[in-house]
Design a protein around this ligand. Structure first.
Ligand code: PGA
Ligand code: ZN
Length: 426
């Protein structure tokens, strides 16, 4: 029912092209409710993208930003999405998202661009929270109180750097901290110990950072990288509080034609990779592994989930897609949740809900091309997810940690750090 304009009525939507942390263009959206309330959201961009992700609409005009401009997505927001949403109640998130899904009409948001729809969808939620005078996490969930364990990506490889490490992310997972703040203190200690270890072994160049703010040393061997990380944790005195995790991002070292993984200079079958993963788990206290096999290697994922006895996270494998989660629920046991993989907040929430119903863990994740927008942190707490992954240093990463520190402070005694219960915090 439309009762005329009030402070919850969408009155204006303004989009623009901004830059992400790789200096590539991306979409920023402001949604206005009533006359003086508004909410803003920036859209991040992936580099090691899954095949089934929502479509990222780029202009393709090579003369401007090498074809990566997003003026078409901005135009779609102004000319197609805004006229349909103006007059709707900004709190009516699901109908707003459904309206965009209908306007688009394709299975992967190819017409409007997933980068257009997710920008609007998230800015709608922000504007609604602002109109209700609530922080976003509280607007999303009256019972939000879990602070996630951060998976800190301290050694970058794969597509996020120019080194030859095949895994994309080699991380520490401070599950033994008591609070989110303590996880940051542990993170600081380990990061600085690792800097000393890497620079004394490989020289100053080794502590340059990759796209996600972790070090990018000239190492090829995963075990060698792990040995340094384990040593850094030991030097920092946090062995009892820290476990480890990887984003293998194996899709990106898989040769689909030959059906082999091109790993550390050798061609390996999925069984060879599984044996390697078993060795790693035996040697180091690894808690979590993301995309250990190619996004279509169901057999590989099934073996990993049945035999490795750790958290197996689906990123490219699930693409935050509720349908894929249903179809593939037997082959992994945790969801990597990235809003722009699916293209609306409602569908993101559906993916989270579906994951919980399958007794999955949930790790909310950034993209390698991030902005200064910390919306990720509010959604993480808003769904009581036990885990977050947002890289290491650099402001587009620390802004997410800072928002979590702020939320933990705001929640006071009500805050619960997920800790060792990261899969299922309560
Ligand atoms: P992406 O990388 O944002 O480039 O996809 C992050 C990941 O694979 O988890
Ligand atoms: Zn990944």
């Amino acid at each position: 029912m439309y009762l005329g304009k009030n402070r919850f009525t969408i009155t204006k939507i303004v989009a623009r092209e901004i830059l992400d942390c790789r200096f590539n263009p991306t979409v920023q959206v402001d949604v206005w409710a009533g006359d003086d309330v508004w909410g803003r959201a920036d859209v991040p961009a992936g580099r090691s993208r899954g095949e089934r992700e929502a479509w990222e609409l780029r202009d393709g005009d090579k003369k401007v930003f090498g074809g990566l401009g997003v003026q078409k997505a901005v135009k779609n927001i102004h000319e197609i999405i805004a006229p349909a949403l103006i007059g709707m109640d900004v709190r009516d998130q699901r109908n707003i998202d459904l309206a965009m899904i209908k306007l688009d009409g394709t299975p992967n948001k190819k017409k409007l661009g997933g980068n257009a729809t997710i920008g609007v969808s998230m800015a709608v939620a922000r504007a609604a929270a602002n109109a209700c005078n609530l922080p976003l996490y509280r607007y999303l969930n009256v019972n939000a109180y879990v602070l996630p364990v951060p998976l800190l990506n301290y050694i970058n490889g794969g597509r996020l750097t120019s080194n030859d490490l095949d895994f994309q992310e080699i991380c520490i997972f401070p599950v033994g901290a008591e609070t989110f703040r303590e996880s940051m203190i542990i993170g600081w200690d380990v990061y600085n110990a690792l800097r000393d270890i890497l620079s004394s072994k490989y020289g100053k160049i080794a502590v340059n950072v990759g796209d996600e703010g972790g070090f990018a040393p000239p190492i090829v061997s995963i075990k060698e990288a792990m040995d340094h990380l384990v040593k850094a944790v030991k030097v920092a005195g946090h062995e009892k509080k820290v476990q480890y995790g990887f984003d293998c991002a194996a899709t990106h070292f898989y040769d689909a034609k030959k059906k082999v993984y091109k790993f550390e200079g050798e061609e390996r079958t999925n069984k060879d990779m599984l044996a390697f993963y078993k060795e790693l788990i035996k040697k180091y206290p690894i808690a979590t592994m993301e995309d250990p096999f190619d996004e279509d290697d169901i057999e590989g994922f099934k073996m990993a989930t049945e035999q490795l006895g750790i958290q197996i996270v689906g990123d490219d494998f699930l693409c935050t897609n509720p349908k894929l989660i249903r179809e593939r629920a037997d082959y992994c046991n945790a969801l990597l949740l990235k809003f722009n993989q699916i293209g609306t907040l409602s569908e993101t929430m559906d993916a989270a809900e579906s994951a919980y119903r399958h007794k999955f863990g949930i790790m909310v994740s950034e993209r390698s091309g991030e902005t200064e927008d910390p919306i990720l942190s509010d959604v993480t707490v808003g769904i009581n997810a036990g885990q977050i992954k947002t890289g290491a240093t650099r402001s587009e990463r620390t802004v997410k940690y800072n928002r979590l520190l702020e939320i933990e402070h705001e929640l006071g005694d009500a805050a619960l750090y997920a800790g060792r219960m990261y899969t299922n915090p309560f």
